[in-house]
Design a protein around this ligand. Structure first.
Ligand SMILES: *Cc1c(COP(=O)(O)O)cnc(C)c1O
Length: 399
């Protein structure tokens, strides 16, 4: 093997001339904030995932905030979710003044364990916020069955899951239809497609969609696009407290080009993920992610669990020294200083909580996943030679 391997990043957006031209189109049109490109992006996104409505916002965190507000979440309410996620998931609950109630994950899919949900439902529970972690669809069928029985809305944090699929009533459907009540997506560069920053909210509820559109633009009764086209003077009003959660037309123009690339991106990611699976299949002690029969991941991240005897940090440092970037397993919000708050875990007040320095006996799988997993590089442009190199370095440690 004489091919020279340069530094291998953990991820890299697939973005180029088409996106640069689209951004230029928007800039030269003179309409740069939320306008015609945003409207077109929303329409194309809704068609892609099979949702009735899609509303573009500034990022997935603001999308989650609005989704929870639409679900009626208020201060002191409880929302069931996972600690094992990017911190934005739990943060969005706290923006509403509500309390995240953390449930542990399944060790093989890294997604919420549905069998643990019922035991934490209380008379203050108002919603379930699930995550399709690293692009792997969570067990929506089981979760929605429970939610319907308790009349709780289900919000899907689909930040990483653009283009992932789930088998639903015998048919493959895209995440974001949504199968729950609202789904939220991210276009951060670390995700599968990007607009620099950006988010999208999908729902089939027309009232909620209307709400999202008001909230994202300061609660203003008349959108500026309408005022711009009006033949008569219109005065706007502000019937409610709103936010500035807009996406710009420059971002949306880029997003529309990224959507065109999505099928190819997913095909490539699935090919590379399958190749990792084959090359690492027989390594004793190494645990690979498993795709349930009813799920098709976009493999936003490829996460491997190291054998117990192997030190996560040492492997990561050695790989970095050899020019390969990895990341540790997904973080746990409950271990962060920002989460040493009065009430959070299971809604228990802090004095009664037996949680100590990063250990919670109800979140053992979450903590173990964070401590023993590493994410391997996976991106559209990655060559097979680069992937072989990553595997070779990893095997130096685990064999
Ligand atoms: C990235 C991510 C977010 C936050 O998305 P932003 O667009 O950066 O706000 C939320 N939840 C999960 C699971 C994520 O991976």
């Amino acid at each position: 093997m004489s091919e020279i391997i340069n530094k291998i990043p953990i991820a890299k957006p697939w973005i180029g001339e088409a996106e640069a031209e689209a951004a230029s189109r928007s800039i030269l049109s003179g309409w740069v904030t939320q306008g015609p490109e945003v409207a077109a992006f929303e329409k194309e996104f809704a068609e892609l995932v099979g949702a009735k409505y899609a509303c573009a916002v500034s990022n997935c965190t603001t999308a989650l905030h609005l989704a929870l507000l639409a679900a009626g979440i208020q201060p002191e309410d409880e929302v069931i979710t996972v600690s094992h996620s990017y911190i934005a998931t739990a943060n969005s609950i706290r923006y509403c003044g509500a309390i995240p109630v953390f449930v542990d994950i399944e060790p093989h899919t890294y997604n919420i364990n549905p069998t643990l949900i019922e035991s934490v439902i209380s008379d203050r529970t108002r919603a379930i916020l699930v995550v399709h972690q690293m692009g792997m669809p969570c067990n929506l069928q089981a979760i929605i069955d429970i939610a319907r029985r308790y009349e709780l809305p289900v919000i899907e944090d689909a930040a990483c899951a653009i283009g992932s699929k789930i088998l639903w009533d015998g048919k493959w459907e895209k995440i974001g239809k949504p199968h729950g009540d609202i789904a939220c997506f991210s276009f951060h560069p670390r995700k599968v497609i990007t607009t620099g920053d950006g988010g999208m909210i999908t729902t089939n509820n027309p009232e909620w969609d209307k709400q999202f559109r008001l909230w994202r633009q300061h609660g203003m009764s008349v959108p500026d696009t309408v005022r711009h086209d009006a033949k008569q003077v219109i005065f706007e009003s502000y019937p409610m407290l709103g936010y500035n959660y807009r996406m710009t037309d420059i971002q949306a123009a880029v997003g529309r080009e990224q959507l065109k690339r999505l099928p190819e991106i997913i095909e490539r990611r699935r090919f590379l993920a399958e190749r990792y699976q084959q090359m690492l299949a027989d390594v004793a002690g190494l645990k690979l992610p498993t795709e349930p029969t009813w799920a098709r991941s976009n493999w936003q991240s490829f996460c491997v669990r190291l054998p117990e005897r192997i030190h996560q940090l040492q492997v990561m440092q050695a790989m970095l020294d050899a020019g390969v970037s990895t990341r540790r397993g997904i973080m746990c919000a409950h271990r962060e200083p920002a989460y040493q708050i009065e009430t959070w875990r299971c809604g228990i007040v802090k004095e009664k909580c037996e949680y100590e320095a990063g250990k919670c006996d109800r979140l053992i799988e979450s903590e173990q996943a964070q401590d023993s997993c590493i994410l391997l590089p996976l991106f559209h442009q990655m060559t097979e030679a680069e992937q072989n190199h990553v595997v070779k370095l990893l095997l130096n440690f685990v064999l």
